[in-house]
Design a binder for this molecule. Sequence first.
Ligand code: NAD
Length: 483
Amino acid sequence: MVSRVIPVDPFDLVIFGGTGDLARRKILPGLFRRFCAGQMPPEACVVGAARADMDTDGYRAFVGEAIAEFGGDIANDTENLGAFLQRMSYVSIDARGEKGWSELAGLMREGMVRAFYFSVAPGLFGDLAERLNQHGLTDADSRIVVEKPFGRDLATAKELNRDLAAYFDEGQIYRIDHYLGKETVQNLMAVRFGNMLFEPLWNSQYVDHIQITVAETVGVGGRGEYYDKSGAMRDMVQNHLMQLLCLIAMEPPSKFDPDAVRDEKLKVIRALDAVEPHHIVRGQYEAGEEGPSFREEVNDPRSRTESYIAMKIGVSNWRWAGTPFYLRTGKRLKARCSEIHVVFKELNHSIFGEQEDHRNVLSIRLQPNEGMTLGVTIKEPGPGGMRLVDVPLDMSFADALGADGADQTDAYERLIMDVIRGNQTLFMRGDEVEAAWAWTDPIINGWHTRGDVPKTYDSGSEGPVDAVQLLARDTRVWRKVSS
Ligand code: NAD
């Protein structure tokens, strides 16, 4: 089966922060992949705009190096690379000053889709929006793409929304959460709303609980200073895990349309219960073979920032009341994996007599090896009587769809193409982000008021033991963290 690549309309894409880490690792290699796939049309142009003094030739060399390092299987496609680099130019620009803006204006072409990627610190979003407007670089059809973190609390998120809304309509603002660009996340919607099988069971009558895990093996490394001011709650839960929770918990939208989908996600966030302090476990990793302790890495022996969080969340609506959502995320854990497990209830009566606990689990794996598995109970083969065993019904894309199923487009490239197409379904709306902060703020403020100190955990473990107890109290267990 060959996946269809439909070229997007020709565009001018300006990457503010075009020399930064994100551009180098994700945006530029992603664009090249779309170019090789024939989705980025040959007439499209990309302008890197950043502080560094560099000319277009220097930038093309920079982009070539980024692709060689992070391009993966397309890194050696020299034939396409030459043509792709011809589409690049560079402007040295100051988001807060006048430098570079008229030069940038001179590069913009009429009749092209125009998009501006703000791959810079959020403190510059307002400046960029203002200057784009001042220099007449945008019209009603221009789009801007903004990166996380979108604020550090409700007040700052509102401020950012206000700064952007001064110059752009909500329909022009694309707030990226790259988790939403993952193939499996979209497949989650396809599975839920494209099949008769799951939706009737997708509620508290049949679902015992849901687990969402995003585990990383790396520590904070060079991001210590930023991370110490953020922590796992702001860095991961408020955005990525919250978005996953929304997609699992939301009601079916009336159609697959940006506002219909986002309306339903917003309703979920508004239905989240306030979280009791004893339903949260915060952790900090200790030193191990993998590297120094969290406190050493953030260079603050008294840091109370969490590198791990586990929590139990209730969703107070008809569908989910009584079915807890357990979320956990952390750094320096045993394995790198992002997974959602929908754990169904036990049978209310077994005709097979005394058996171990058998229950269906739908596991959705976002990384590594994106795919889904449905655990079903069958008879253990052989003549040993009617003994039951759980086996996975593997819905791995690679098996079902051939090579195209395995060759999955990176989230960033998919989302950038959506920006050019003008499709906001997989981007967060301003009110969604604010609602997520409104839920998050009291939790973080509570820690400060109470002087909460995170528990420690060993590097390379599954997190603090208290997290195990969080589920054990409800006679449940976490699924193993494994890659
Ligand atoms: P970075 O520090 O590597 O790069 C920052 C870029 O901004 C550079 O190109 C720099 O020249 C430019 N810049 C800084 N001040 C400027 C000014 N006054 N005028 C014009 N350009 C200016 O940062 P990054 O890691 O690429 O991150 C960019 C944004 O993306 C940040 O908001 C970050 O939080 C977010 N983000 C990054 C990652 C990642 O993996 N790096 C992941 C998610 C989100």
